[in-house]
Ligand binder design. Structure first.
Ligand code: NAD
Length: 452
């Protein structure tokens, strides 16, 4: 029997150099707690631990008749505000610790943008590039069967993430529905195909949310030479759901997309990438690399390109201590989850490069997942303008709340630092966003009380 986890891990070992997920989570949380007026060690302990970790190991019969063992996880970080909510990721390097960290991010994200969900995440350690559609369907169905009643419309609601998509969510729904006949199971999973209860605008929601957040931020922050997206030079790492949608929408808004990339590497054109040609080339060849009239570059070099806005939209730990000093962008927008490490945050902050953090910048996905959940419960279908208008209002509000909180933290910090002569840990936007989220969670914890 094969173990795909062992087979594939080495192939991609270079993809995620960086600190351990738990260390990242604790560092971010600690920075935010240090800014709170009332510091509460017990609350820190409560919010830094996942509520429940489920590990499942299961065999799948492969197309060649052999059996392979797969390892899956589902983590509920917190259900203070509502049912758990978070994606299902298929990736060869997925670990339980990483899922725990991603689940915590979902708790902060939902609290920050004020949707009634808790934080959850899940996934299976596997390499989708080496699996047939048949094998992927078997893995998905078996994973959901193993989770049984641990997911559901009022307990924990999955969605797509890295290397899962609408098709995966259709299989999730179908499996869950077969296991729970005679009731409306559509709200048990979001990111479904349109004809299966999906919401208009959900596929584009994360990229569109990034656009709205960036546009709003540019009107509030005074970044020299970058007042709007008109003519802004944008570099995007990743060309999947989030990266490709962001590329199209930023271009429509007047930006020039200088470079995009996938696992094989990046492509660059100083006058802007022809996105239609790039999309067709990727469909035909499985990669962007080699698109005529573009220069091929590595993913490492892509991050260091001279540009106005850098959008990492692929993996975590891409901007680190070893390359943050060389980032040339005027603004970094975290479309992916966790693309910058805490040390990179510190370096960018010291260099005066603002970073719109993941829990704000990519919150459009969970926002429209919430809209889908509401439509499924009410048996309604909202039109696209209604979805996008609601998303815009929420994203703009999220940016305003974080920006105002950041200014408030900075003015408090500047006064304190003047007294201490210490300017080193100037609060950044991630810290401000986390402070807003944690304060909301702290209030709800006190209101609900600790059981029993
Ligand atoms: P996806 O599977 O659709 O696309 C991933 C993209 O990343 C692909 O283009 C792939 O080629 C590229 N990629 C993978 N490894 C890479 C590497 N080492 N270097 C460069 N590119 C690489 O996934 P997605 O849904 O677009 O998710 C991307 C990120 O956005 C993830 O961090 C995910 O957690 C986050 N996110 C997704 C959603 C959503 O709604 N899908 C919501 C919030 C956050």
């Amino acid at each position: 029997m094969k173990d795909p986890k062992k087979n594939k891990a080495e192939l991609v070992a270079s993809e995620t150099k960086g600190p351990e997920p738990t260390e990242i989570l604790h560092t971010h949380l600690q920075r935010a707690f240090d800014c709170l007026q009332e510091r509460d060690g017990e609350l820190f302990a409560f919010l830094s631990q996942p509520k429940r970790i489920i590990t499942v190991n299961f065999p799948v019969e492969m197309d060649d008749g052999s059996l392979s063992m797969f390892h899956g996880y589902r983590v509920i970080h917190n259900r203070l505000l509502g049912p758990g909510k978070g994606g299902i990721r298929f990736h060869p390097q997925l670990t339980c610790d990483e899922v725990c960290r991603l689940a915590a991010l979902m708790t902060w994200k939902s609290a920050l943008i004020d949707v009634p969900f808790g934080g959850a995440k899940g996934g299976v350690t596997c390499d989708t590039k080496t699996l047939s559609e048949n094998e992927l369907r078997h893995i998905t169905r078996r994973f959901i069967t193993e989770l049984g009643d641990d997911i559901g419309p009022n307990t924990d609601i999955p969605a797509p993430d890295l290397y899962t998509n609408e098709q995966t969510m259709a299989w999730v729904y179908d499996t869950y529905d077969i296991m729970h006949p005679g009731r409306n199971n559509l709200p048990a999973v979001t990111g479904k195909p349109l004809e299966l209860g999906g919401s208009l605008g959900r596929y584009e929601a994360t990229g569109r949310g990034c656009l709205y957040a960036t546009e709003r931020f540019l009107t509030r922050a005074d970044i020299p030479g970058l007042k709007s997206l008109q003519g802004a030079r944008v570099v995007i790492q990743g060309f999947g759901n989030v990266g490709s949608v962001a590329a199209w929408l930023f271009q429509e808004a007047g930006a020039v997309i200088l470079a995009v990339s996938d696992t094989q590497g990046g492509i660059f054109h100083e006058k802007g990438i022809d996105l239609k040609a790039a999309t067709e080339f990727k469909q035909a060849h499985g990669t962007l690399v080699g698109l005529p009239e573009t220069r091929s570059i590595t993913n490492d070099d892509l991050l260091l390109l001279d540009c106005d806005i850098l959008i990492p939209a692929a993996l975590d730990n891409q901007i680190r201590e070893d390359n943050a000093e060389k980032i040339c962008a005027k603004l970094v927008v975290e479309a992916a989850n966790g693309p910058a490490t805490p040390k990179a945050d510190h370096i960018l902050n010291r260099r005066g490069i603002p970073l719109l953090p993941d829990i704000l910048a990519n919150a459009g996905g969970v926002m429209v997942s919430y809209f889908e959940w509401v439509q499924n419960i009410e048996n309604e279908k909202w039109d696209l303008d209604e979805v996008n208008d609601k998303l815009k209002v929420k994203m703009h509000h999220g940016v305003d709340v974080v920006f105002d909180r950041w200014r408030n933290l900075v003015s408090r910090f500047t006064t304190a630092a003047d007294q201490k002569g210490d300017q080193d840990e100037y609060p950044d936007l991630r810290t401000a966003a986390l402070v807003v989220a944690i304060e909301r969670l702290a209030r709800v914890t006190r209101e609900r009380g600790i059981w029993p």
